[in-house]
Design a protein around this ligand. Structure first.
Ligand code: GDP
Ligand code: IMO
Ligand code: MG
Length: 427
């Protein structure tokens, strides 16, 4: 079997520009598939000056006719999905008949969103600063085996039992403190049944569908959400999301074996950002960070929170490349570094006076490492909007060469602006 599938995964703390990259690659694809995360994702795509922020719909949806699949590993908020689909329809993009959601996807309900905020408050000084989109509580219910899945909506008697069980557990766990989530049973059941009609035309068995597409030689893109450093097991736990954002999430999140995966593209911002709390060894403070935040418009696409800014960290990047089996890199937002006199890259950490080139396995150590930087020259002129490799300033090319050499992974794509066309496909 010749496999024409590609995974596109963020290798940092999310917001690497996955949406833009996937939109670019979707033109030559037949289907784009989300395998994990939920509406905590915000994937921005700008086409012809018009901006779209996608939360649940795969980032191939702006290309007419492309199949968009949402797998069982996704935490699906029906209200968000419905409003996203309506919004696109209103903006002249037809989505009917080409969006499907797996029967096994778990729902994110109002109760999960209220619970997310309640938990954040309860964490006090140890808050994570989640997106408050109910993602953690929905995944928690999934593994506690009390979650409600799309398929449950089609079995009213079973749904009633599951709904009352879910409500009972939430009431018990919050001890009535989260007033809003201690909902009235009748109203809760009504909320659930109202989703049935919406899912009637969307619900599907996604796993066999993907395997058939790939076996038939179709080109499939697996769209990562969040970033590898937010993976619930391999990220900076507990300052992570609640799903597997790394490559393994594709197989568990879609119910397909590894033989259906071809290339793995790792998306890397040419500097680094993080929204929310948690360690960030290369974080910049002061004017330099403010300047990049302004230039890169680094404000959360879901919550509007200002993103924390830092230099590129090769130590964590190399670990995430290994962990995901990355075969090519896509470097984004190179234009944001235009005008910098010098560019710093972290090549090692110092911990307790000792230099080390690997990621410490323990979260408290990761909070204490000091970055060891290599300084590279900035470039004259700009790369903003450059579309050909030959037109890159010498020092900008040198920065890309440096990343390739240090990681050992070829760069296949460089993004030089938010527009679809501000893209260089490297030789
Ligand atoms: P995602 O979650 O990984 O899809 O990334 P986001 O959409 O949350 O954040 C990336 C932001 O950078 C968005 O506002 C994009 O429009 C923008 N962007 C993507 N690539 C580039 C680029 O090469 N240059 C600039 N200036 N902006 C970019
Ligand atoms: P995309 O797909 C950036 C962060 C939140 C918080 C932590 C946990 O756009 O790259 P959660 O709501 O998931 O429980 O929050 O994870 N986070 C993201 N940061 N981009 C994302 O998605 C993120 N999704 C979650 O800010 O720190
Ligand atoms: Mg984002």
């Amino acid at each position: 079997m010749k496999v024409n599938s590609t995974a596109v995964l963020g290798l940092q703390w999310g917001d690497e520009g996955k949406g833009k990259v996937i939109d670019c690659l979707s033109e030559n694809c037949d289907a784009v598939v989300r395998f994990g995360g939920g509406s905590n994702a915000g994937h921005t795509i700008v086409v012809g000056g018009e901006k779209f922020i996608l939360r649940l719909l795969p980032s191939g949806v702006l290309h007419p006719g492309k199949l968009c699949l949402i797998g069982p590993g996704v935490a699906c908020d029906p209200d968000v999905l419905q409003s996203e689909m309506n919004d696109l329809q209103e903006r002249g993009i037809s989505v009917s008949g080409r969006v499907f959601v797996d029967f096994g996807a778990h729902l994110v309900l109002a109760l999960h969103k209220a619970r997310d905020s309640f938990e954040e408050t309860a964490r006090g000084n140890h808050a994570i600063d989640t997106t408050r989109r109910g993602i953690g509580p929905s995944y928690a219910d999934r593994v506690s085996r009390i979650g409600i899945r799309v398929s449950d909506l089609f079995y009213p008697e079973l749904l009633k039992v599951k709904a009352s069980n879910l409500l009972k557990m939430h009431k018990f766990c919050s001890r009535g403190e989260a007033g809003e989530i201690v909902d009235e049973a009748g109203r809760f059941f009504e909320e659930l049944t109202s989703y049935r009609k919406f899912f009637e035309s969307l619900a599907d068995d996604i796993s066999p569908r993907i395997m058939k597409l790939i076996a038939d030689g179709k080109r499939v893109l697996f769209e990562g959400a969040q970033g590898s450093l937010l993976d619930v097991d391999y990220g900076t736990y507990p300052y992570t999301t609640s799903s597997h954002t790394t490559v393994g999430g594709i197989f568990t999140g879609l119910g397909i074996p590894p033989k259906y995966l071809g290339d793995v593209i790792g998306v890397v911002k040419s500097y680094m950002t993080r929204v929310g709390f948690g360690p960030f060894p290369t974080e910049m403070s002061g004017k330099q960070g403010d300047r990049l935040r302004e230039r890169g418009y680094e404000f959360g696409s879901v919550t509007g929170r200002p993103r924390r800014i830092g230099w590129l960290d090769l130590v964590s990047l190399k670990r995430m490349i290994d962990l995901n089996g990355v075969s090519r890199l896509a470097i984004t937002k190179l234009d944001v570094l235009d005008g910098m006199n010098e560019i710093l890259v972290c090549e090692a950490y110092e911990l307790n006076g000792k230099k080390q080139e690997s990621l410490p396995p323990n979260h408290p150590d990761f909070s204490n490492v000091k970055p060891v930087y290599t300084r590279l020259n900035g470039w004259e002129g700009g790369v903003s909007g450059v579309k050909r490799e030959a037109n890159l300033p010498v020092q900008a090319h040198a920065y890309l060469d440096f990343i390739e050499k240090k990681t050992g992974i070829p760069i296949g794509l460089v993004s030089t602006g938010f527009g679809r066309d501000d893209t260089i496909f490297m030789k």
